[in-house]
Ligand binder design. Structure first.
Ligand SMILES: [Zn+2]
Ligand SMILES: [Zn+2]
Length: 381
């Protein structure tokens, strides 16, 4: 099949910016040396551009995982132009297609099934979208958003203004010499742009190739705590693909997900609201079901498969039952806490029941995990 035409503007831009980042940036460092101020501004600009994409483009606009105050939306709209990843409208529309058609080599705009290079950057180097570029039928809600549309209409101007303006103004404000201004342009301008772009691109490429799949194996998305470090928490991509409207990607408190923390912090001061969270019951059920399917596939190749399968299903049903009972009492407890008419002793009785059921579910969960491991051992009979 004939390949679509090359988009030369993108090819030249990505090549030149990358070349400048690997030649000019180190050359200045070795010749003049970067100051602490340079590095501090670089880190701040990395986070500003990165979080504008993850908390703004991705979780706010593409997935509507929460609502944000217009002031926050302006900050993200400007930061998104700074990150140079197309307008929020275009980005979100593409991303919604990615979720709806994930892994489809033709329909998914950055299908990982087409390989690392294609999903990382290749999809932007040729006109793969053709006539459908500019079709925003799946983003009517965003077309009604004045801030998103302002950014979309004035995108190029905002790109130039932020990418040259921010490093230049900060350079002029914080430098003592013209050389230091150049250093700022190189570090907070060039290196920051190239790195923040490739860090986001890793979510489309590496986060669909490298890592585990605890929540679903129906698509290529992976959970990878290491990638989360570079992607402002977006490395928990397997969870994200199944529960896309959750404002969190890393759901445990120790999961590195600064995007989740910033959204929570904004909610605490009234700048964000309606944070969507997936109920624990659905999360745990998805995990148990995925493990069940994995073990079943592996068991089929072992002796006494039928007996083992029966045992596995029994434990699985028991786990779901305990999870369900625990979650229904959890709901009751949440309601009870809101009810000021309820007696204190009734609330504490419910609390006790809740704790007991949680312990019973956790014990069953351990037994379930242990059984899965034991059944797959060749010595087990
Ligand atoms: Zn994805
Ligand atoms: Zn997404």
């Amino acid at each position: 099949m004939k390949k679509p035409p090359i988009i030369w503007t993108n090819v030249i831009f990505f090549s030149l910016s990358f070349l400048a980042a690997i030649t000019l940036v180190p050359w200045y460092g070795f010749t003049y040396g970067y100051t602490t101020t340079h590095w501090l501004v670089f880190v701040c600009c990395m986070f500003y551009a990165g979080l504008s994409i993850t908390a703004g483009y991705h979780r706010l606009w593409a997935h509507k995982a929460y609502d944000a105050h217009p002031a926050v939306q302006w900050v993200f709209a400007i930061g998104g132009a700074f990150a140079l990843q197309n307008s929020a409208l275009h980005w979100s529309s593409d991303h919604r297609v990615h979720h709806g058609q994930v892994d489809d080599p033709v329909k998914d705009p950055y299908a990982a099934t087409n390989g690392f290079w294609y999903s990382h950057i290749g999809w932007m180097l040729r006109d793969y979208q053709g006539d459908s570029y500019g079709n925003y039928a799946n983003a009517r809600d965003l077309q009604r958003n004045k801030i998103v549309m302002f950014q979309h209409r004035h995108y190029l101007k905002l790109v130039l203004l932020t990418n040259i303006g921010i490093p230049l103004v900060l350079g002029l404000m914080l430098s003592n010499t013209w050389f230091e201004v150049v250093g700022m342009l190189l570090l907070a301008g060039v290196l920051r742009l190239v790195l923040s772009q490739h860090f986001t691109f890793f979510i489309n490429s590496l986060a669909h190739i490298w890592g585990s799949r605890p929540y679903t194996e129906k698509n290529t998305a992976r959970d990878n705590g290491f990638l989360a470090l570079f992607t402002y928490g977006e490395g928990y991509h397997n969870f994200h693909h199944i529960f896309a409207s959750d404002y969190r990607n890393g759901i445990r408190w120790y999961h590195y997900d600064p995007t989740k923390w910033i959204i929570r912090a904004m909610a605490a001061v009234g700048l964000a609201s309606k944070l969507k969270r997936t109920p624990i019951e659905r999360i745990e059920k998805a995990k148990a079901e995925t493990l069940l399917l994995k073990t079943k596939v592996r068991l089929a190749k072992l002796p006494l498969a039928q007996d083992k399968l029966t045992l596995l299903h029994q434990e699985y049903e028991l786990l779901l039952k305990k999870l369900q009972t625990f979650c229904s009492v959890q709901k009751q407890l949440i309601e009870a806490k809101k009810d000021s008419m309820l007696e204190h002793c009734e609330k504490s009785a419910l609390m006790k029941q809740y704790q007991e059921l949680e312990a019973a579910w956790q014990t069953q969960k351990q037994a379930w995990l242990a059984l899965n491991a034991r059944l797959l051992k060749p010595s087990f009979s």
